[in-house]
Design a protein around this ligand. Structure first.
Ligand SMILES: NC(=O)c1ccc[n+]([C@@H]2O[C@H](COP(=O)([O-])OP(=O)(O)OC[C@H]3O[C@@H](n4cnc5c(N)ncnc54)[C@H](OP(=O)(O)O)[C@@H]3O)[C@@H](O)[C@H]2O)c1
Length: 212
């Protein structure tokens, strides 16, 4: 596959790039500067682009089989950029023949019980509420789209750099936690789950939560 990866310079994004490259896909990685030193592979090309601009996204996406996103606010950007980037991606892709995208979302909007989202629980850190709400806003933008083949992959509560085990579990719209109540995954295994979805298209029009 020839994949356009938005957010390729990010913590999760560069791991998705590495997972794609390991599986022999070609990757065009986007960041604002266009400089992505972390990845050195003949099948990787770094290109500058602004993911809030639908016309730029359309131009960048042309000729690719799918778009992957690990976008998030970086530098001095506020969380509200997340739904704006979701809107720009959708509007941009509608100008192209590319109709497949896989989006990295947030855990806060996942259910932890009947009609209870993680973000509304007492354990959810106050300082992360604006970010979680921005991810929920982006989810609400994406979930109504029926003319593009999207998948929304939501991390568990904790996601950190770690080991690639190749193991993970999934649940639709529901936080994934182990028997001790821990909801976690390594960024490397999140990338495995993300690329599995890009390759297999098992969760089209689905909010797919992943975790151990
Ligand atoms: N438990 C959870 O819910 C959870 C946990 C962790 C992460 N996440 C979410 O997962 C996503 C990725 O996280 P991360 O830690 O990998 O983020 P990160 O390291 O901050 O990476 C963000 C990426 O977005 C890119 N970006 C930002 N603004 C852009 C713009 N205007 N145009 C083009 N690219 C832009 C950045 O590129 P440059 O800055 O290089 O241009 C960077 O590659 C985020 O949305 C984050 O909130 C959720």
């Amino acid at each position: 596959m020839n994949v356009l990866l938005l957010g390729a310079s990010g913590r999760i994004g560069h791991r998705i790039a590495n997972e794609l490259l390991e599986r022999d896909h070609d990757v065009t990685g986007i960041s604002r500067s266009g400089e992505i030193d972390k990845i050195d592979d003949a099948d990787f090309k770094a290109v500058a682009g602004d993911a809030t601009n639908p016309d730029e996204i359309a131009e960048l996406a042309a000729g690719h089989d799918a778009v992957a996103s690990a976008l998030g606010p970086s530098g001095d950007e506020g969380a509200e950029i997340i739904p704006k980037m979701a809107e720009a991606l959708i509007e941009g892709l509608r100008q192209t023949d590319v109709d497949r995208f896989v989006w990295t979302g947030g855990a806060g909007g996942l259910n932890v019980g009947p009609d209870t989202q993680l973000v509304t629980t007492d354990e959810f850190p106050d300082e992360l509420v604006p970010l979680a709400e921005a991810h929920i806003d982006a989810w609400e933008v994406i979930r109504d789209v029926d003319d593009l083949q999207w998948s929304y992959i939501a991390p568990p509560a904790q996601i950190e750099p770690g080991e690639r085990t190749g193991e993970y579990r999934t649940a639709e719209g529901q936080l994934v936690a182990n028997e001790d109540g821990e909801s976690r995954i390594s960024m490397e295994d999140f990338a495995v789950a993300f690329v599995d979805e890009l390759e297999n298209n098992d969760a089209i029009h689905t909010q797919l939560a992943v975790g151990y």
